[in-house]
Design a protein. Sequence first.
Length: 472
Amino acid sequence: METDTDVLVVGAGPTGLALGVDLARRGVDALVVERAEKLFPGSRGKGMQPRTMEVFDDLGVLDAIRAAGGTYPVGMIWRNGERVGEHRMSDPAEASEDSPYNEPWMVPQWRTQEILRARLEELGGGVSFGREVTGIEQDAHTVTAHLASGGTVRARYLVAADGGRSAVRRALGIGMTGETVDPSPTLVADVRISGLDRDHWHIFPPAGESASLLAVCPLAGTDDFQVVARFPEGAAVDLTADGIRKVVAERSHLAPEDVTEVRWASDFRPRAALADRFAAGRVFLAGDAAHVHSPAGGQGLNTSVQDAYNLGWKLGAVLAGGAPAALLDTYEEERRPVAAQVLDLSTGIHRGEVRRGGATRQLGLGYRDSSLTSETRAVVAEGALRAGDRAPDGTVGGVRLFDAFRGPHWTLLALGVDVPDGTVGAAVRVVRGTAHGAYGAGVFLVRPDGYVGWAGDTPAGLGDHLLRFGRP
């Protein structure tokens, strides 16, 4: 049996689901397939950085994400069954008009996926489970994916969001370059525990040279705790309920029976790896298929969702028939350097060389050097907003900018500069006002993914720039 679609998304993790949502709201015919019979059941990627909260605002799931989670608790250090002091996991930050989401938000990964899936279905899409892609072939016009269950899916484009062991990446012969960040295996499990409060992230430091760390974090919005335990290099990790109870009892003051239920468990060895390419012909790699992070600092899931956010509008523009296919080349151009930068950050945090702070919030990442970015102003002050930067929030002429940006369209900000009617097409939303906040005065064209793509003192040259995208 053969199925036809415009975009085949392989993998229904946060990356694939976010891309599915973005494509669905653009009216793109997309199919999300997942080899498992259900969504991933664990809490693994539980931290939403402020930039991802902005993405979720645009995708229409922010209210559900906020309702499902909560802020990160303060760490509590234990020794010999006694509380010995608090430990803050990251540097605090104040919310501001241009950055309304100021701190990480905790939502277990399984819940994030449920929310994204519900949004995808609300938009008319869905996930096809039990469909494992075992091979692909492509020509100048289509990609054909072969399924383990028999049959094929033929698409104009394919996006591999099928994780760090991506079958699609292997089928393409794309290598990954990286390193083992820590040879010590790590257990992560979702459990129910009695005897610990839910107001702290409980940390049990090693109590001897042969001992290893145990951390027990209450998972916001649930009755579960996430247990993380490191083991010596070469150790075997027992993922059974009794094995997990033994680890908790040996490394804390808790008794084995205090772990009343084990809901999910896994083990891994932290590594950092970057795909040598993010694209091959009509196939694109996104999320863990393109970059694998240490979980330290909560960067992996967030970088992955933003891969989808970058690629979604570009696929939409090309499939609508207005933008040239070469626009898709900028996906790798823009996202691979960002992924490399974030990988270095994650590794530095894991090794204790970098503290969780402003960089981990991902608000400073951007595309100043992209071939899609055009800064035409004669003078830009040092440290000022430039083309390629994230477009900040604010209120202009009574309009909140994030409200104006929300949706699959482009937005033009005319701040203290006259921009005549008809300068841009009807599909570009125009917001007019006086010079404002982080923007100052000027003309700013904001891309569908919330970055300033073009900036000028006047609108001269803006029309030519938009023609590169099919004049949206």
